[in-house]
Design a protein around this ligand. Structure first.
Ligand SMILES: [Fe+2]
Length: 166
């Protein structure tokens, strides 16, 4: 029984490490997008705000891992690798990069929401209320960002379609 609890705590730590790797990946991705959005101040400001938020999320997740007595794992998680597709789109210097970034970022937010939803449930099952609460606050932040992108995307597409090129 005691072993079983220990194993489950280790599983939670491992999933938190996935989330930590995910946030670290997203930080790098958003840093790239900062340079690509210099012509669109509104998007640029929001990316900057979300970049700061993402760095803070990584720190908060790291603190949860340490509170549980775990270590930060340097091993690339399967989850972080799954984010690769979204990351690839944002580095392409295509004319429609803002749209591609928005689509990738939108998908990323929902990936994060799903990850934190699983973490909240796992933490609650183990009675780790503090971890569950941290994950709930982060999930709210991701949901707000997803809403902002959802609102922004049609405008960005409209602007792109109505601008003449070539
Ligand atoms: Fe995040």
């Amino acid at each position: 029984m005691e072993n079983e609890v220990k194993e489950k705590r280790e599983q939670l730590i491992s999933w938190l490490n996935d989330a930590y790797a995910m946030e670290t990946d997203i930080t790098r991705n958003l840093e790239g997008q900062m340079q690509q959005t210099e012509d669109t101040p509104e998007v640029h400001d929001k990316i900057q705000e979300h970049l700061e938020q993402t760095k803070s999320q990584a720190e908060r997740v790291k603190a949860c891992i340490q509170d549980l007595g775990g270590n930060i794992s340097a091993i690339k998680s399967g989850l972080a690798n799954m984010m690769g597709a979204a990351k690839g789109a944002s580095t392409a210097m295509a004319e429609d990069k803002l749209i591609k970034n928005a689509i990738a970022d939108y998908a990323t937010e929902y990936f994060e929401i799903a990850s934190y939803t699983a973490l909240i449930d796992a933490a609650e099952e183990l009675g780790e209320k503090k971890v569950a609460e941290v994950c709930r606050v982060i999930r709210n932040e991701e949901q707000e960002m997803a809403k902002w992108i959802e609102k922004q995307l049609p405008t960005a597409v409209h602007q792109f379609m109505s601008t003449s090129r070539g």
